[in-house]
Design a protein around this ligand. Structure first.
Ligand SMILES: Cc1cc2nc3c(=O)[nH]c(=O)nc-3n(C[C@H](O)[C@H](O)[C@H](O)COP(=O)(O)OP(=O)(O)OC[C@H]3O[C@@H](n4cnc5c(N)ncnc54)[C@H](O)[C@@H]3O)c2cc1C
Length: 342
């Protein structure tokens, strides 16, 4: 089959990878650089104030590890979740007892550079994917070089399908045009609003921001999630993230939020210095309100046109798993796992 994948964030690249692996001819259509929207790099399978296990996290970690292996990269393992008070310490302790293979609870002795007076949860299966944007771009270039992938830079405007074909209406710098194929996967992140307006009611867009801050020992610090997150970004700097704005008006990073985030994280990471000017980045993550599970669904009766996204704050964890189902469901939509049906 010739399959179009629209969007080259983590979902689009994971979809492309899975479909190429399955022997399909793929054309990746996007308005941006592959991977450029992967702003931060934490893989956290135990999220929220009670460190709840993410949906299908074991399968997701296996799929992610295979995806990373194909790119010749690996996670920097380990993620520290300091408890903020005695109540959260109780919750983390019982979570560790439920998942002894993935988590360990420690009442004392946090890693060097971390302050955790109420104890800390070691999320052993979590970690940092050091540079997802660069790796995803390189992976796309490699697939292209191998002749198994074509790429097109264009703005997708709409998509339609009939019983035999799909048409993607696109706009390039030079002209408007239509790209035709056997099937298409729309992995457009926040762009799904414009291209598939009927999905807008089922999706929510949240502004997220990341900032770099100084820390002399950045390279020795573990990745930390504590009402925000921090991971090493290189010598002398850490990347902070996690201020989310549900009623955003623009995608300009808000430095005052960055300062507040820095101050909050400095309780856990003493020694955190000022923000590094010019390194703030903002983006939109998309989620399904209440359901909080990724979106993979056919957009019409033909089963030729699919939407893939709504990965929320766990795009890096879940994208390869969900993408791995594409080769099967494109042939047979009935094979869509029950827990992905809305
Ligand atoms: C600040 C911030 C920090 C985050 N940190 C983490 C983290 O540490 N760990 C984690 O797992 N997740 C994190 N996330 C969430 C993660 O980034 C998302 O889950 C993930 O990016 C979603 O991937 P996606 O491919 O579905 O969408 P996107 O990454 O938004 O990709 C959409 C793609 O479609 C393209 N596109 C959109 N519209 C069109 C159009 N009309 N025509 C052509 N192309 C189009 C875009 O250019 C882009 O290539 C973070 C999100 C934000 C905003």
């Amino acid at each position: 089959m010739h399959i179009l994948v629209a969007g080259s964030g983590i979902a689009g690249v994971a979809a492309t990878d899975a479909l190429v692996q399955a022997g399909h001819r793929v054309t990746l259509v996007s308005d941006g650089h592959p991977g450029a929207t992967a702003l931060a790099a934490l893989v956290n399978p135990f999220t929220g104030p009670r460190a709840s296990a993410a949906w299908r996290y074991e399968d997701a970690l296996s799929a992610l590890s295979r995806f990373l292996e194909r790119q010749g990269v690996s996670l920097a393992p380990g993620l520290v979740r300091p408890a903020r008070d005695a109540k959260q310490a109780d919750a983390f302790r019982s979570r560790a007892a439920e998942h002894p293979d993935a988590l360990a609870w420690h009442d004392a002795a946090p890693p060097d550079g971390v302050c955790a007076p109420f104890g800390w949860l070691d999320v052993r299966v979590g970690g940092v994917w050091p540079d997802p944007a660069a790796d995803l771009a390189r992976h796309v270039a490699r697939l292209k070089h191998s002749g198994r992938l074509q790429t097109v830079t264009a703005m997708v405007q709409r998509a339609e399908a009939d019983a035999t074909r799909v048409n993607l209406h696109v706009q390039t710098l030079e002209c408007d045009g239509v790209i035709e194929a056997d099937a298409a996967v729309l992995a457009l992140g926040p762009g799904l609003w414009d291209v598939v307006p009927q999905l807008a009611a089922h999706l929510h867009r949240v502004k997220g921001e990341t900032f770099e801050a100084q820390h002399v020992d950045a390279l020795q610090l573990p990745a930390v999630a504590a009402g925000g997150y921090a991971h090493s970004e290189g010598p002398g700097t850490v990347r902070l993230g996690g201020t989310y704005d549900h009623s955003w008006h623009n995608l300009v990073p808000d430095t005052s939020r960055g300062e507040a985030l820095r101050d909050r994280l400095a309780e856990t990471l003493p020694g955190l210095g000022p923000l590094v000017p010019g390194t703030a980045r903002a983006g939109l993550r998309v989620q399904r309100p209440h359901i909080r599970r990724p979106l993979l669904m056919p957009l019409d009766q033909t089963g030729r046109l699919w939407a893939f996204g709504a990965l929320g704050a766990k795009g890096l964890l879940h994208a390869p798993l969900v993408a791995s189902w594409l080769p099967t469901v494109l042939n047979n939509p009935a094979e869509l796992p029950d827990d992905l049906r809305a």
